[in-house]
Design a protein around this ligand. Structure first.
Ligand code: N01
Length: 537
């Protein structure tokens, strides 16, 4: 074997939650020769890169972990209700060590190009270090939120201070002490980072384009006996998560906001606000289905903002008014709105007065106001769901580029496979429930399903498996139809729609009908002999 060419059964790209579990399944269950290629210097994916202050998951700890291996569940205990970035990274390193995964991962190996060779029926995967990995199967485990969205602002290169993007945060400690910091963006990331940066910086300017809803997380340390109680009930937790539409261990009760008496619904919302977290949205079952119901809940949050923020003008600027609650990914926070009561924190509305350029010492707004700063933090999000796939420069049958195949938006079968890209599977790809769920539940379902189809292909001597055009067209239409039955497409700047990236086709990308229904779809495809796939002997 040539030193720079490696021949394998399968290549997995990415060593986050999905890549690690996929490696485990292909190596241990199917006994394949498999390697993971990872651009980072360690495992973790999202949690390797997103080290910004305040980074924390909004799924509860005991649900945001693998459930496929009971020993992993028993041996790891979480310290807080929601896991922080450092703890998740320690957890994933613990799993990699326990399952002896690292020996099959190439770190610092960024994939630059991946091309299907129709004659040899192999994928050729080329990396930045000059290697080519050749494999029968290619599985992308690149995450939905891993390609950063950096706005193209005039003069950025001239800025003499520090510049960071939250999605590529440095490994060394960033010092905010005695500094004036500008942060751009008030999505889930900005909302987590702002209170933490405010605690340390001399002055903080928050440049907000779209005010956001946020619900208190109510994070807290877990009690000492939480873990022992949890492991006695693992099966019950698993079953609750699998039954729900979003992979969290609860389902919305059968009641509608607008049909509940005003006093009663106010009490329900107050109690849910006190419990905190993503469950707030699930205290009724029609929040994302009915405009009137949504408005009542949105008004409730707006009132909380007014009650929390002392300065009336600041409070008004913080009120989300251009989209219904939950139609952009709903953040949960710790002291986000309270932070605007600090004298050294200043809210700037850059929808009213947009950023015009960056100069050597700060940011200039359209009305010529100059904000002088030592540091600019971009919390401006990601080219979500398709960005990381497109960065792999995928070429399918006949050299077809993924970007050309998806010129009008992503077109997949089940979010798992793409016509003209044989033997390639996309974990949590566009068209799957992914980002609308508690990710580890969606990931385990995808990895199990992919492992089964590869096992089937190997047993039956199929040399190619490929989604049919008809199946992908039908599924993509179904994804759109399902989204259109909800309020989800109503947020103008949502990354669910690709609307946050200039020039990106505006298509609702995740599957909104729920992980439970989605699993049934996938199972029926399997039961029907992989209907929708072209299987070639
Ligand atoms: O990114 P976002 P994020 N000028 O796209 C603004 C997950 N996550 O990194 O809304 C000025 O949501 C943009 O403004 P607008 C979670 O799924 C999870 O915050 O486009 N502003 C917006 O305010 C989340 O949804 C967790 O008008 C600009 C912000 O930047 C996803 O990651 C924690 C701009 C981007 O918000 C992405 O969240 C963190 C410009 N040119 C993240 N460009 C948890 O589990 C963009 N913006 C808790």
């Amino acid at each position: 074997m040539n030193h720079d060419n490696v021949d394998l059964d399968a290549v997995v790209v990415g060593a986050g939650f999905s890549g690690l579990y996929q490696l485990y399944c292909l190596r241990e269950k199917l006994k394949l020769r498999v390697k993971v290629l990872e651009a980072g210097g360690g495992v973790g994916g999202t949690w390797y890169w997103n080290r910004y202050p305040g980074a924390r998951c909004d799924s509860e700890s005991h649900t945001y972990c693998y459930y496929f291996d009971r020993l992993l569940l028993e041996e790891w205990s979480w310290s807080e209700r929601y896991p922080g970035q450092a703890e998740i990274l320690r957890y994933l390193n613990f799993c990699a060590r326990k399952l002896n995964l690292e020996k099959d991962i190439h770190f610092n190996e960024r994939v630059l190009e991946s091309e299907w060779d129709s004659d040899a029926r192999l994928w050729h995967v080329k990396t930045q270090t000059g290697k080519t990995f050749r494999a029968r199967f290619l599985i992308t485990a690149v995450g939905c939120l891993s390609s950063t969205n950096m706005p193209d602002i005039d003069g950025l290169a001239d800025f003499e201070g520090e510049v960071y993007h939250t999605g590529q945060w440095p490994h060394n400690k960033v010092e905010f002490d005695k500094k004036t910091v500008v942060i751009i963006g008030t999505g889930s990331t900005g909302i987590q980072a702002i209170p933490e940066i405010a605690r340390q910086a001399k002055k903080l300017y928050v440049l907000q384009r779209t005010p956001n809803y946020s619900v208190p997380a109510r994070n807290r340390p877990l009690s000492k006996d939480f873990h022992s109680a949890f492991i006695k009930e693992i099966d019950a937790w698993r079953s609750k998560m699998l039954k729900s539409r979003h992979g969290h261990p609860w389902t919305a009760p059968d009641r509608q906001v607008r049909k509940t008496a005003p006093e009663k619904r106010q009490n329900i919302m107050e109690a849910a606000w006190e419990r905190g977290g993503l469950g707030f949205r699930e205290s009724f079952d029609d929040v994302l289905l009915n405009e009137e119901s949504n408005k009542i809940m949105s008004d409730f949050i707006r009132q909380k903002i007014v009650d929390t923020v002392h300065n009336a003008e600041t409070a008004k600027k913080l009120l989300p008014i251009d989209h219904p609650f939950g139609t952009k990914r709903p953040p949960i926070d710790t002291n986000y709105f309270e932070t605007f009561n600090c004298d050294h924190v200043h809210l700037i509305d850059v929808r009213e007065n947009p950023i015009s350029s960056i100069f050597t010492n700060g940011v200039t707004l359209s009305n010529n106001t100059q904000i002088r700063a030592n540091m600019i933090v971009f919390a401006t999000g990601f080219d979500a769901m398709t960005g990381a796939l497109q960065k792999m420069n995928l070429k399918g049958r006949g050299g077809l580029k993924l970007e050309d195949a998806w010129y009008a938006g992503p077109r997949t079968f089940l979010g798992l496979a793409v016509p003209e890209f044989p033997n390639m599977f996309t974990i949590t790809g566009p068209g799957s429930p992914s980002v609308l769920t508690n990710m580890p539940r969606a990931i385990e379902q995808h990895v199990d399903w992919i492992t089964d189809i590869l096992s089937h292909a190997i047993q039956c001597d199929y040399v190619e498996i490929e989604a049919s055009q008809a199946a992908a067209n039908e599924w993509t239409q179904h994804v759109t139809d399902v989204a259109n039955k909800t309020l989800l497409p109503k947020a103008n700047h949502s990354w669910y729609l690709g609307a946050n990236v200039p020039g990106k086709p505006r298509v609702f990308m995740p599957y909104a009908f729920g992980l439970n229904h989605y699993r049934n779809h996938c199972d029926s495809v399997t039961a029907n002999g992989y209907a929708g796939f072209l299987l070639t002997k």
